[in-house]
Design a binder for this molecule. Structure first.
Ligand SMILES: *[C@@H]1O[C@H](CO)[C@@H](O)[C@H](O)[C@H]1NC(C)=O
Length: 224
């Protein structure tokens, strides 16, 4: 008798739990899978973003248009500011060797300088830096949704993330570098083409990175 009552109560309880979780699933679906707090944060941040973003695109022209990033998968449009990405050849006469980059101009008053970011490895994608470390949009491991990184470097400067050397990430070509000089030489050729395209030859350049990039940075910085 007592056991019967307990099992009935458990039955009722489990029905209630199913109803409750179905209600919750409904709500989660309405929010597109994002948490209520995330949506609230987005709203606040995108309001702040509107104030900081000018509608002007400083680097957008006929030559750079093909690199312009209109949207990114799963990233709210309100997170996007002026941004360029794609493959830039190391040697303009050889499209088979090219480095993949993301360039995000400063969010705020323009500055005539560029900060280059390289992840290490060797062979680590600099998109790790872009999406989890120094970028303006953060989407780390185990993070349910992307968020604005208030400490992202583009709030201070024009930032360029580069996947290098050849063989890393989305960069293309057959790896043939055997030492740091070879790698730096490829990088500098790439960067000169980048400077020309974006018309920034007169900018101050800061070369930065982390981990194994402690080798890339000084070699690339010293390469004429
Ligand atoms: C790698 O290959 C490219 C294209 O053939 C060539 O220009 C470059 O000199 C090579 N680099 C090395 C270090 O052999």
């Amino acid at each position: 008798m007592a056991t019967g009552l307990v099992s009935k109560m458990l039955g009722v309880l489990s029905v209630l739990l199913i109803v409750a979780s179905a209600g919750r699933l409904d709500e989660v679906a309405r929010r597109g899978g994002f948490t209520a707090q995330t949506l609230k944060d987005w709203e606040l941040r995108s309001r702040g973003l509107d104030e900081r973003t000018t509608s002007q695109r400083r680097y957008y022209n006929d030559k750079t248009r093909d690199y312009f990033v209109e949207s990114l998968p799963e990233i709210p449009q309100s997170f996007l500011t002026e941004m360029y990405s794609g493959l830039m050849p190391i040697d303009e006469n050889d499209p088979s060797r090219a480095l993949f980059f993301v360039f995000q101009p400063r969010i705020g008053d323009p500055v005539d300088e560029i900060v280059i970011w390289m992840n290490g490895g060797p062979g680590c994608s600099s998109l790790e830096g872009f999406l989890q470390e120094t970028g303006y949009i953060n989407w780390g491991w185990g993070q349910y949704a992307p968020e604005i990184n208030a400490y992202g470097w583009p709030t201070l400067s024009n930032v360029l993330w580069v996947e290098q050397p050849v063989g890393t990430g989305f960069s293309i070509g057959t790896p043939n570098a055997t030492n740091e000089e070879d790698i730096a030489s490829d990088f500098v050729k790439f960067f000169k083409n980048f400077e020309t395209l974006f018309g920034i030859e007169y900018y101050h350049i800061y070369v930065t990175g982390e981990s194994y990039a402690g080798r890339y940075v000084p070699y690339s910085g010293c390469n004429p």
